[in-house]
Every structure is written in C-alpha cells, then in structure tokens.
Write a protein that binds this ligand. Structure first.
Ligand code: GDP
Ligand code: GDP
Length: 460
C-alpha cells in the first residue's frame, strides 16, 4: 500500500442562482462538446478539472446535488452537499453581490464556520459595483475578507482560485504516463504519447453505493490476508493503492470508502462519499461500477455512473449478488438493467457473485479489454480506411446543397480514445451520423469498454 497525492478538491457552495455553475464553467473551461455526446443522458455537469499554472485541481459544483430548496436551506441541502463541504480541501462560499446578504447565506455561513474547512468567501456579480460596496455587509458572516468577483466576466476569478489553493498545490512531478490525465480538457496533439497497454498497470477503482458488495469483492480479489488500509481523518488528498496480481497481469486497486470501512477508525463515518468516489475514479484508468441485483437501480447509482461518464474513464459494470436471484427471475432483471443502463452501452455488463466468487474471471477479462481499448493505438491509415469504408456505405446528410466532405481521420488522444476527422463543412454533423461512425470504429478497433470521442475539424 502506498499513499499517493490526490488533486486538491475545491467545492463551490451557495444558495441557488448566485452563479455557482457559471463559476464552475469558468474554472473548468468545460469543453462540453467533447463530453456531451453520450446518448440518453442529460448532462448536468457538476464535477470537473481546473488548472492553476501547472497544477490541476478538482472542482465540485454542489448545485448538482441539491434539491431546490423549499424552506430552510440547510434542511433541504442534500446530505452529499454537506459531506462534500466537510471533505473538501477548500470551500468557495459564493454569494450574490446584487441581492446582498440573505438569511440563507447566513445559514450556510453558520454551517461553514463550524466546519474546520478552509473557506473563501466570494461575492459574485460584482462587476460595475465598487468593491467596498459589494463586500461591506458580507463581513458580518465572520468568514474573513469577502472577495468581490464576476464569474460571468472573469473578474477576480484567478485571484480567488489562487487564494483558495494557497499552500495546497506543491510542484507536482511531471506525469510519466497518462493515468493522471483528465480527459475533460481535450488533449492537444503534441500531448499525445502512445503507450503500450500490455506493460501498463491496470489501475482499477471499484465504485458503487454502500452495500453493493465492494468490500466483499476486494476480499475475494485480495484474499483474507490483506492489510486493512487506514488513512488520517480529514485528509482527502491521500489515496491508498493496493497492488495485486491475477492471471499473470498486474493491477492496482485504488481505494474508496468501501475499502476502508472495516478499519475500526472508519466504522463511524458515512459509508459513501462522493468526493472519495470521484477521486478514486480520477486516479484510476478503469472503473468497475458495482450494482446490486437484488435492489432497484437508485438515483445514487445513476449519480455515480454520471461521474464516471464525465471523466471518460473506461468502465465495466458488475451486477453483484446474482446468486441471490432466482433463476426464473434472471431474464427479467437482465432486461430491466439493460433498459436502465442504456446510457452506459459502451460498457460490458457482468452478473457476478463476489460472495461466492463466481463470474470474477470473466469480469477481470473485461477490465483488461476495457483498459486495452482505452489506451489503444489507432493508426492514421487504418482509421482513414475505416472512415472511407463507412462513407461508402452511408454518406453524411447534405446541408443545403452541400454534402459535408470527410477526408481523413487520426487519433487525437487516449483514455478515452479521441478520433479527429478532418474535412470540409463538418460543423453540423448530426448526432445520428456521429453514432454511426462511432459504432463502426468501435467494432473495427474492438473498443468495447471505453467511451469514444469523435471530433470534426473543418479545414478551409
Ligand atoms: P447557480 O444556481 O448558483 O448555479 O447559478 P448560475 O450559475 O446558474 O447563475 C444564475 C444566474 O446568475 C444566471 O442568470 C447567470 O447568468 C447569472 N450570473 C452568474 N454569474 C454572474 C456574474 O458574475 N454577473 C452577473 N451579472 N450575473 C451572473
Ligand atoms: P460495500 O458496502 O459495497 O463494501 O458492501 P459489502 O461488501 O460490505 O457487502 C454488503 C452486504 O452484501 C454484506 O452483507 C455482504 O455479505 C453481502 N454481499 C456482498 N456480495 C454478495 C454476493 O455476491 N451475494 C450475496 N448474496 N450477498 C453479497
């Protein structure tokens, strides 16, 4: 076991409409075009990677977790928001300088003052207002110097993030491989370094809501002799990695809350943690999403799946406790799962029993396949040939009198693979045609288990 540094986590909290998602988008400069094309999933992004200088950090917009408050914002605040606040390295508390200090701001402020987190108080929508005026009444929150910003215009945002991360971003070593790379920002071509998947360790994060059987699976994988992992309460930036070998291949398990819960120290804490989950997903290169066959798929399952999709990680789904399902019910449950997991259609689904150690080897085979697919090297000639064959069978639809012209394709990134298609008039290729190309590439290059991104570039 070795601790590794996680990226610092910045959590944005504040009542609805103060500008949290505007700030989130500015900090992550999200390139939605790249993550938006997963059919069947409405994307409400609330987790992304930002960067200050060379230092990456994770941003969480808690607006994504919150039910719309009816009364008493703290009463309504989703448990996960409160927990995210507790586990953050730093909390940005966002308020609205045009509306001024409200009762709900005071309630949130109260809560934050009681937590031991570092809090930076930012007054948003402060463009065109004098800083002294914007900030004045917010001193009453007792959270230090209020910092006027404009999330919409970008004023003060760099200063805000520098203050937030002060002392937290040490110089990070240059990444030697692509593991730490977050695909939320599109890789530029010169960043693309091909690696050999076979000599590359599979970094596996096992995620899922409490009680789906994560710890049981870890025990099955590692054997009973494994050492229990401890970390220090309150630090979110240390992860535990556990190496194991199976079938001649090397894996590293990235711990999540589930791995740790048998440690006495942790019995008391909330079993499920959004932040631990997303950090583990970030640090992994393949994710195993575990579901419980004996229970309905819940919002929490969908939420976790959403995180995984946002990171673009390779994914395998393990439907656990299959032993507890009567054989006559199995088909019905399979169909139901298939319907609900349509938005994860690139991932292979396995029905397993962690407890009875059944179905585990085929599951790991899919983990390896997904890993190989995520890091596949796709040569330009082969990609271009496949593109041409696809075009021969089905042309993209005309736009007016012009037909979009696709000339060649090359690989623009890995983990997940990004295929860049060059040509003319490619600005409005319909989703259905994109999906057609995607399924062609998937099949030809055996890309099951990884998201696949296609970008169209028009040259003049
Ligand atoms: P959230 O509910 O906290 O995520 O808030 P949103 O990011 O959705 O923003 C709420 C509204 O405030 C939107 O209409 C934004 O355009 C607007 N807004 C966000 N930031 C600023 C800002 O810096 N200045 C002004 N004037 N409006 C802003
Ligand atoms: P975690 O919270 O995801 O780590 O879940 P645990 O590994 O603690 O498992 C929760 C409960 O489900 C325990 O009572 C396990 O014995 C049970 N369980 C785990 N895997 C299986 C399985 O494959 N079949 C059955 N029937 N029960 C299981």
């Amino acid at each position: 076991m070795k601790p590794v540094a996680f990226k610092p986590v910045v959590v944005i909290v504040g009542r609805p409409n103060v500008g949290k998602s505007t700030l989130f988008n500015r900090l992550t400069r999200s390139r939605d075009a790249l993550v938006a094309d997963l059919p069947g999933l409405t994307r409400d992004r609330h987790y992304g990677e930002g960067r200050v200088g060379d230092h990456p950090f994770i941003v969480v917009d808690t607006g994504g977790f919150e039910p719309v408050a009816k009364e008493g914002i703290m009463a309504q605040m989703a448990k996960q928001t409160v927990q995210a606040m507790v586990e953050a390295d730093v909390v940005i508390f966002l308020t609205d300088g045009r509306i001024g200090l409200t009762g709900h701001d005071r309630e949130i402020g109260e809560r934050l003052r009681k937590s031991s987190r570092k809090v930076v108080l930012a007054i948003n929508k402060a463009e065109g207002i004098s800083h002294a005026t914007a900030a004045a009444e917010f001193y009453a929150l007792g959270l230090g110097e209020p910092l006027p910003i404009s999330a919409a215009h970008g004023d003060g945002v760099t200063e805000l993030i520098e203050i937030a991360l002060e002392g937290m971003v040490e110089p990070l070593p240059e990444p030697e491989e692509w593991d730490g790379y977050s695909p939320i920002v599109a890789p530029s071509e010169d960043e693309f370094v091909p690696i050999d998947p076979l000599s590359h360790r599979v970094k596996l994060a096992i995620v899922g809501r409490p009680n789906v059987g994560k710890s049981t699976l870890v025990n099955t994988l590692l054997g009973e002799e494994r050492v229990i992992a401890f970390d220090q309460p309150g630090t979110t930036r240390d992860a535990i990695e556990i190496d194991f070998e199976r079938g001649g291949r090397s894996y590293t398990l990235i711990d999540t809350a589930g791995l740790r819960k048998r440690g006495k120290v942790f019995e008391a804490i909330e079993k499920f943690s959004v932040i631990k989950t997303l950090q583990a997903v970030e640090a992994s290169n393949v994710v195993l999403l575990m579901l419980d066959a004996s229970a309905e798929i819940s919002d929490q399952d969908a939420h976790i799946a959403g995180f995984v999709l946002e990171t673009g990680r390779a994914l395998v789904v393990g439907v656990n406790k299959w032993d507890s399902i009567d054989s006559e019910k199995r088909d019905e449950i399979k169909r139901e799962l298939e319907r609900k997991l349509r938005f994860l259609s690139f991932a292979k689904v396995h029905h397993i029993s962690a407890l009875k150690n059944s179905g585990i080897n085929p599951l790991l085979k899919s983990v390896l396949d997904a890993h190989a697919a995520a890091f596949a090297k796709l040569s330009t000639p082969k990609l271009t040939r496949e593109l041409q064959e696809a075009l021969e069978q089905q042309q993209p639809p005309r736009r007016g009198i012009f037909r979009p012209k696709m000339r060649y394709a090359h690989q623009g990134g890995q983990n997940p693979p990004l295929i860049v298609i060059h040509g003319n008039g490619l600005d409005d290729i319909p989703d259905s045609y994109r999906r057609y190309l995607e399924s062609r590439f998937r099949e030809t290059f055996k890309l099951q288990g990884t998201p696949l991104r296609i970008e169209f570039r028009t040259s003049d």
